[in-house]
Design a protein around this ligand. Structure first.
Ligand SMILES: CC(C)(COP(=O)(O)OP(=O)(O)OC[C@H]1O[C@@H](n2cnc3c(N)ncnc32)[C@H](O)[C@@H]1OP(=O)(O)O)[C@@H](O)C(=O)NCCC(=O)NCCS
Length: 168
């Protein structure tokens, strides 16, 4: 099934995005981080006010992933210092493992080429092994570890990964 990316602009779309994000984060991260930390991170990074601020004031772009019908995933990016930061990359459970992430990655590489960017980089929780394996399969490599204090006694314990964009 062909994947499309739809840029999120309206307040109504941001409300749907916040709901989708909360659903996926609570479903997926339970085995990796505590429920308290998920609640805290969803509120801090993926709530309607947080998303609105990122999109309006911080240069973030969010896109729904759709194939036919309703969004089944989303991604967030930020263009910075000649590279594309892939800030968020989430697909609903029932749509995983069907190649949509590979299609989305192709579209991101294409976007990066058009914007003349040299690489895509991201952060991923060090214990998120299956996702790290997906990123490695897609050509990312680990360049460093990063522990970020996000307040309330919580930290994000991440790998920073990067993939060069080849110009062909
Ligand atoms: C990470 C995520 C976006 C990937 O989406 P997906 O639909 O599962 O991925 P795809 O089916 O498109 O697979 C992508 C590629 O990785 C490969 N792959 C999938 N699982 C793999 C695994 N466990 N080990 C190695 N390769 C794997 C696939 O074969 C495919 O490769 P190919 O197209 O080059 O043959 C999705 O699983 C997800 O939302 N996970 C939960 C949330 C999350 O961790 N998000 C990222 C936070 S940083």
């Amino acid at each position: 099934m062909q994947l499309s990316l739809a840029k999120i602009k309206s307040e109504k779309e941001i409300v749907s995005l916040a709901q989708l994000a909360s659903d996926i984060w609570h479903e997926y991260f339970v085995t990796i981080i505590s429920k308290e930390q998920i609640d805290y991170m969803v509120e801090k990074f993926q709530s309607v006010p947080a998303l609105t601020d990122q999109i309006t004031n911080q240069g973030y772009e969010y896109y729904f992933m759709t194939s036919q019908g309703d969004p089944m995933g989303y991604l967030g990016i930020k263009q910075d210092a000649g590279k594309l930061f892939l800030s968020k990359f989430y697909i609903q459970k029932e749509h995983r493992g069907k190649g949509y992430a590979s299609q989305a990655m192709e579209l991101l590489v294409e976007m990066g080429r058009k914007r003349n960017l040299g690489a895509i980089w991201l952060t991923v929780n060090r214990h998120n092994a299956s996702t790290i394996a997906v990123y490695e399969k897609k050509g990312f490599r680990i360049i460093r570890t990063q522990v970020a204090d996000i307040g309330n006694g919580f930290v994000m314990d991440d790998f920073v990964m990067e993939k060069e964009i080849e110009f062909i």
